[in-house]
Every structure is written in C-alpha cells, then in structure tokens.
Design a protein around this ligand. Sequence first.
Ligand code: GLN
Length: 245
Amino acid sequence: MELRVAHLYPNMMNIYADRGNIIALERHCAWRGISFSVTGFGLDDDISWRDYDFFYLGGGQDRDQRLVSEDLRAKGSGLAEAVEEGAVVLSVCGGYQLLGEYYVTGAGDRMEGVGLFRAHTVAGSDRCIGNVVVRSDIGCLDLTLAGFENHAGRTFLAPGQQPLGKVVSGFGNNAVDGTEGIVYLNAIGTYLHGPLLPKNPGLAEYLLLQALRHRYGDGVGPLSPIDLSLEEEAHGVAVRVAGGG
Ligand code: GLN
C-alpha cells in the first residue's frame, strides 16, 4: 500500500512548522511498511486530483493567502470532487479560511474561498493566540486534541455544519461559540497548529486510515498496531500545558 499526499502551496502556506504534519504521516506509514509519497503543488501547477488520497494546506499570511485564494479557485472543482469521493483534506488556519466561503482581512479586503466548507471568516481587531485543547468526536472517536492557535480571523460555521470539536481551553473558531474547526466528509479545517499530527497521534492514525480507504476500499483496516507511547506522552504533556487536563 502507498499513501499519496499532495502538499498544496508548501512554500507559501507553511508558517508554524506545518511540515511537521507531513513528517508525522510519513513516520506513521514507515513504521508499518506503508509506502509514502508527497508532491508539492504551487501557483499555476496542474494537479491530477484523483492521484492523491491526502491533501494538506497549511497556514499563511494574508498576502500569500490572497495569491493562493485566486489560484485555488482557478484550479476548479477537482478538490471538491476528490472530497466527495472520500479523499482526506487537512487544512490549517489560513488554509482552513480559504476552503470556506470567504475571508475578510483586518484591512477589509475580501478573499473568496473555494466553498468546500460552509463557513466564512472575518478578521477581528485582536488576535487569538495561545495553546488550545479541543474535545472531538470525529469518526465516532473520543479524541482530545492539543494545538496552538494564532489567528485574527473569526470563523463562523453555517447552521448545521459539524465542528471538529468543542473548545476545552483556548479560542477556537471565533472565541464566542465554543466550536473549533469543521468537518465535512473526510475534510477537516482547523486553527490547531502544533504541528497538529505529531501532537495528536490518534488523529494522525484516523486520517491515515481514511486516506488508505479512499484508495484501497473500505476493507482496509484496522491499521496494524505501532508503538506510539512516546507520541502519546508528548500529547499528554501538550494537553496539560494547554490547561486541558
Ligand atoms: N491571516 C490569517 C489570520 O490571522 C491566518 C493566519 C495563519 O494562518 N496563522 O486569521
């Protein structure tokens, strides 16, 4: 088996060590003998969307977000179609904002998103910065997620949309309604940097399994057990540091 990752705009959307998420996926595969490939795609690159099982889009500054928002929309509906077919998307912070309906910056500039998520973002006058802990029931699991957030944008989900989880400590989507992130099929948007997957091995395992099922069918799994004791310990520390338990 092979996990094929498309890393979208790795040179522009990569603040807060987002590459750590890719490294975590690579390690979880290597430890159980699953082949792994990652291909970076930048502005104007054509993507053969069906060739990938896991799309990653990290955080970025407003200036880069504008360029990426225009390029993503020019790339058409391939990402949305891949999601309907079960591909995994992990989008973090600035990337999450651009997969929603629109993002209005602090300067009042409006960027159109691709509308994969029924959510919109408007920048507030101050930033939401700090460690964050979230309780998530994604995939019928009961996961505590730890991360770090740093965003001016306040994201509001449309009625009926499923958040990634509930905020235990920190700000989350908008510092008001207690939600964090969004889930649509196997696509996730979140403000949790960290990087997220090294700090939350349970989420990494879940997303890896969904991505493999996208390529090889629902008969795949459960994943063979691997020793994640060190990762679990790091996770516990991150949760405690963030005041989540
Ligand atoms: N510019 C966006 C905000 O501040 C996203 C920043 C980020 O990706 N960290 O809301």
